[in-house]
Design a protein around this ligand. Structure first.
Ligand code: ADP
Length: 626
């Protein structure tokens, strides 16, 4: 419980800390959202449409369209475009299949169909055949203006054919040269156009245009975006296949038959789509018309999400980006942003599969804009911080230098008067001056205090030397046992005062190459500590033995011990345990620091195991061949 609340607190604190970042991000969102990135949005729509098709997610749901092409083969076998006569035969053939709707997609010029040839008589014949079809339409790009519908009519004798407006749109925004078609006109000047009219036969729900998905109003028109299907996903046959009865009936019955050209000769037969705005990947106008009809039959036009969702998503991504730019390590941040970018794009494609069109331009651009706006800001702040840090560090270094200079100067100057005090007390003690017992005790105290002081000063001087230039070893081959015995002897008096038994257990050993002065100091300190931190009438044992290629020395006491939480600190300079600080035991906190330093100079190791109120064992390992 406590853990959870402390986590929540930390989270709250970090949120509080982030207030200004959130504010920045929201301002960025407002600024970014106020720009219309239509071009980028369309580009991303095209990209999403293409990816969706590449992933195989764009097949028509309710296939109701068959394409009949007049292609280069047809032209070859008919020695040019099929004539009106051929088309009459074609229509007669189709009439056998009860095709639902027949839609011609041929080009008109001067009220003539330029892709059908033939005499006036042929035209008459064709007009007669066509007149028996109520479901035959000729699509034109021209719009019938209210009251001027007759303007669309073809010249006699074809003037009774049903010419209808089914314009393809040409978006020139993205690339003025390749006018990409992306939209369907549902109505113009309140008149419903052919796509809605024919598609509603197959999908009665769209008779009411309010039910058309993704519909929006734009200058006198109702429009939707096309739900594009992968190129060549519609059933397609050749003109001559119909004539020769080679088209299976299910492709002709109850379908919208779109007739058009695919000769690979005229660029006018092809259109640019989101899949491609370049030849040779353009699709035929007929296939574009198929996409338009199919979108309405499936009622699957992409529906734009409301703008407020776009703003919320942009704000969330801005906040994330600003947080990343200001608070995360660059590598982690970039990784997170790239995943967000890819994740969001992936989500957009998935939504497009469900015909939901979520704005991509703002959220994705916000990543770049926020990141590149806030990174320099962060750099400036960090630069200033590191400059301040550098200044502080410099100052600290100077203070540190001053301090150690001062300490070593002081200690050095103190040494001479102390030596003089020691000399004088020794003279008093040696000369047989009759002193009262009180006076003798006083002189003894002066002597031991000045000894303590001198030791203290020596440690400080040594520490100063280590800090400034380090110490060089003056190695000689020495018998460690002999050194230990000498030290034990020297400390005999100190031990006796506390009635502590100093015992030794020294195995014979090979001489070791050491700096005897430093090693002596290490063991003196360890034995002195063992006596200092032990109660009266306890035992201090000094052991030595060889193990593999090492000499091991252990100093064991039955003293106060060291609490586990302090063990890792006792080798730090000037560290004295809590116990030691509160007791009357004197010390500098430098002894173990120096001991460890000296033993490490010998490539050895010093370790301790201890139990409070039971005692401690300090263990020194010195390599024999170093
Ligand atoms: P000091 O001058 O305080 O003895 P040292 O560096 O020699 O400084 O020791 C650091 C601290 O380690 C001491 O203050 C003491 O708390 C602890 N310590 C060292 N040796 C022993 C020991 N044998 N038993 C218990 N505590 C010890």
């Amino acid at each position: 419980m406590k853990n959870i609340s402390s986590k929540t607190l930390a989270l709250l604190r970090s949120i509080h800390f982030s207030y200004y970042k959130i504010a920045f991000a929201l301002v960025a969102t407002i600024i970014i959202s106020s720009f219309k990135f239509e071009l980028v949005e369309l580009f991303l729509f095209d990209l999403g449409t293409t990816i969706k098709a590449d992933l195989g997610l764009s097949n028509p749901k309710n296939k109701k369209i068959t394409l009949i092409y007049i292609d280069s083969n047809t032209i070859e076998s008919f020695n040019g475009y099929p004539s009106y006569k051929d088309h009459s035969t074609f229509l007669e053939k189709l009439s056998l299949y009860k095709s639902s709707q027949i839609v011609y997609n041929f080009r008109f010029e001067n009220k003539q169909i330029i892709e059908i040839s033939g005499s006036t008589n042929d035209q008459k014949l064709f007009a007669k055949t066509a007149s028996t079809f109520s479901n035959l339409y000729f699509i034109t790009d021209d719009l019938e203006l209210k009251g001027q519908e007759s303007n669309l009519k073809l010249a006699a004798p074809l003037n009774d054919l049903q010419v209808v407006s089914g314009p393809r749109t040409k978006d020139i925004k993205l690339n003025p040269k390749n006018k990409i078609s992306r939209r369907i006109l549902i109505s113009y000047q309140d008149q419903l156009l052919i796509h809605q009219r024919l598609a509603s036969i197959y999908n009665p729900s769209i008779v009411n245009v309010e039910n058309i998905r993704g519909k929006y109003h734009y200058i006198g028109t109702d429009q939707v975006y096309i739900d594009f299907h992968k190129p060549n996903s519609f059933d397609a046959f050749r003109f001559e296949d119909v004539l020769s009865g080679n088209v299976p009936p299910q492709y002709l019955t109850d379908r919208i038959i779109l007739i058009g050209t695919n000769t690979n000769k005229f660029i006018e037969d092809y259109v640019a789509t989101p899949y491609s705005s370049e030849t040779p990947d353009l699709i035929t106008i007929t296939e574009l018309q198929a996409n338009m009809f199919q979108t309405l039959i499936d009622n699957s036009a992409p529906q734009k999400v409301p703008p407020y969702i776009n703003i919320i998503v942009t704000a969330a991504i801005s906040i994330l980006t600003v947080y990343v730019a200001l608070s995360m390590t660059p590598s982690k941040g970039i990784m997170l942003l790239v995943s967000t970018f890819l994740g969001y794009s992936f989500l957009a494609v998935i939504l497009l599969y469900f015909n939901i069109w979520i704005g991509m331009a703002h959220p994705l651009l916000t990543i770049f804009l926020c990141y590149y706006f806030f990174i320099p800001y962060r750099l400036i702040i960090e630069n200033r911080r590191s400059w301040e840090y550098l200044q502080k560090n410099k100052l600290l270094q100077q203070v540190e230098e001053l301090k150690s200079n001062f300490i070593s100067m002081m200690s050095h100057d103190l040494k001479t008067p102390i030596a003089r005090i020691q000399g004088m007390t020794e003279v008093i003690l040696k000369d047989n001056i009759s002193l009262s017992s009180n006076q003798r005790e006083a002189v003894d105290t002066i002597k031991s205090s000045s000894d303590d002081l001198l030791r203290f000063i020596n440690s400080i001087l040594q520490y100063g030397r280590i800090e400034s230039q380090g110490i060089e070893l003056n190695r000689q081959s020495k018998d460690i046992n002999k050194i230990l015995q000498e030290i034990v002897k020297k400390h005999d008096f100190l031990a006796k005062v506390k009635r502590i038994k100093l015992t030794t257990d020294l195995e014979p050993m090979f001489p070791v190459s050491v700096d005897s002065e430093l090693v002596r100091q290490v063991f003196s300190n360890l034995i002195e500590n063992a006596i200092k931190y032990s109660p009266e009438e306890s035992t201090v044992t000094i052991k030595s033995y060889e193990s593999a290629d090492k000499v091991i020395i252990e100093i064991q006491d039955q003293g106060v011990g060291i609490p586990p939480e302090e063990i890792s600190n006792i080798f730090m300079k000037f560290y004295r345990s809590q116990n030691a600080k509160t007791s009357t035991i004197k010390g500098t906190g430098l002894g173990l620091y120096l001991a460890q330093y000296f033993i490490q100079l010998h490539k050895g190791e010093i370790t301790v195991t201890s139990e409070v109120q039971k005692g401690s064992v300090f263990r020194v390992e010195l390599p024999i061949n170093s």
